[in-house]
Design a protein around this ligand. Structure first.
Ligand code: TYM
Length: 355
């Protein structure tokens, strides 16, 4: 029996951080034996934020080396680069015919990225969608919100649907995009009265979706937030970052509620340490004997135990250009084969016929 298809990708916008690792990469490695896995580098998605052309390829290479160093085995999983599969770009155009600009404008990630592109501050309670839309439409050309940013979810849906994937391991921040993918798949099926696309779901092995917090006290760890611990961080730099993480003045009474920055440190500890260590610090917090310095030291060492072996492999892999080339060539061939088949079906279903 053929294995169920799993697909996921990471944008090539810099080195991978702990959020990428726990939200995505670690899961990729765990499931590669049991599923037909396809993991890719989303370089077309990276273009939505207009990176410097001189950086793009190096960033793709970095992620590729990090995938391999973290343990994705190209003999088990298909590893490919999004732009090596031109069928994706064509199907993106076709699927866009069934996607509403209103639903795209309402996605959280679009609102966040559009705000950043326009140099606006984070949304406040009083922000209304109408005013925001006016700002987008009226924006000057030097601060525009590009259409690629708007149609980002279409491209992501195509990545998934073109490979006929049903399971998509991602972090919590991508769940809305997956919801849209399901909606687009249903809409396509119902518009053409076919039962072609299956609806894909998040793949978290029964656990809760992961949101790795940053070190700055609030929100998630993210490349553009400047609050990341990278897999490639040298031990000294990593320890320094952790020691500088935001905390508070400490619990003032037994069993006090935790502030967000401290709760975030505990979340990181839960991901990287043993349950016994976490409990020990929770007890210390509850009876007010906790010393945040000790917590941070422990956290830094436990993170290093995860990242050290990966970091050591990354540089060796990066130096082996021939190997990297072989991996992506083989991956592109496999990914294109299935993408071409889906695209041919989609063209047929939509009524595009050859003379
Ligand atoms: P990207 O590149 O922003 O992130 C890659 C993966 O890392 C996860 N992630 C996190 N998980 C938990 N906590 C965090 N702080 C954190 N930060 C990042 C993300 O959830 C994601 O799983 N649109 C996608 C890339 C993509 C894709 C796809 C994914 C394009 N096409 C098709 C799956 C299927 C993105 O921008 O991820």
């Amino acid at each position: 029996m053929s294995k169920e298809i799993v697909l996921s990708g990471i944008r090539s916008t810099g080195n991978l951080h702990l959020g990428n690792y726990y939200g995505a990469l670690r899961k990729f490695v765990k499931i590669q034996d049991d599923y037909d896995c396809r993991f890719f580098i989303a370089d077309l998605h990276a273009l939505t934020t207009n990176p410097d052309p001189n950086d793009l390829h190096a960033n793709v290479k970095k992620i590729l080396a990090e995938y391999l160093a973290a343990g994705i085995d190209p003999e088990k999983a298909t590893i490919f680069i999004q732009s090596d599969v031109p069928e994706i770009a064509e199907m993106y155009l076709l699927l866009n015919m069934h996607v509403g600009i209103g639903e795209l404008m309402r996605t959280t990630s679009f609102k966040d990225k559009a705000r950043k592109a326009l140099g606006l501050s984070a949304p406040s309670e009083s922000d209304d969608d109408e005013a925001f839309e006016k700002q987008i439409i009226g924006s000057e050309t030097n601060k525009r919100v590009n259409a690629g940013l708007l149609t980002y979810p279409t491209l992501m849906a195509v990545d998934i649907l073109i490979q006929r994937a049903t399971k998509v391991p991602v972090g919590k921040d991508q769940l809305q995009h997956l919801e849209l993918t399901r909606r687009f798949a249903r809409r396509f099926n119902s518009f053409y009265n076919v039962d072609y696309f299956q609806e894909p779901y998040d793949f978290d092995f029964g656990g809760a979706p992961v949101k790795v917090p940053g070190l700055d006290g609030s929100g998630k760890m993210g490349k553009s937030e400047g609050n990341c611990i990278y897999l490639i961080d040298e031990p000294k730099a990593l320890r320094k970052k952790v020691m500088r993480a935001v905390t508070d003045e400490g619990p003032q009474a037994p069993n006090s509620p935790m502030s967000e920055p401290v709760a975030n440190l505990f979340s990181l500890l839960e991901l990287t340490s043993t349950p016994e260590v976490v409990q020990q610090f929770r007890d210390a917090y509850a009876d007010c004997s906790i010393r945040y310095g000790d917590l941070k030291k422990q956290l830094a060492e436990d993170i290093l135990a995860v990242t050290n072996p990966i970091r050591e492999r990354i540089n060796d892999i990066l130096a082996d250009e021939d190997y990297l080339r072989r991996v992506v060539k083989q991956g592109a061939e496999k990914a294109r084969e299935s993408a071409a088949k889906t695209l041919a079906d989609v063209r047929q279903i939509m009524g595009i016929r050859k003379f």
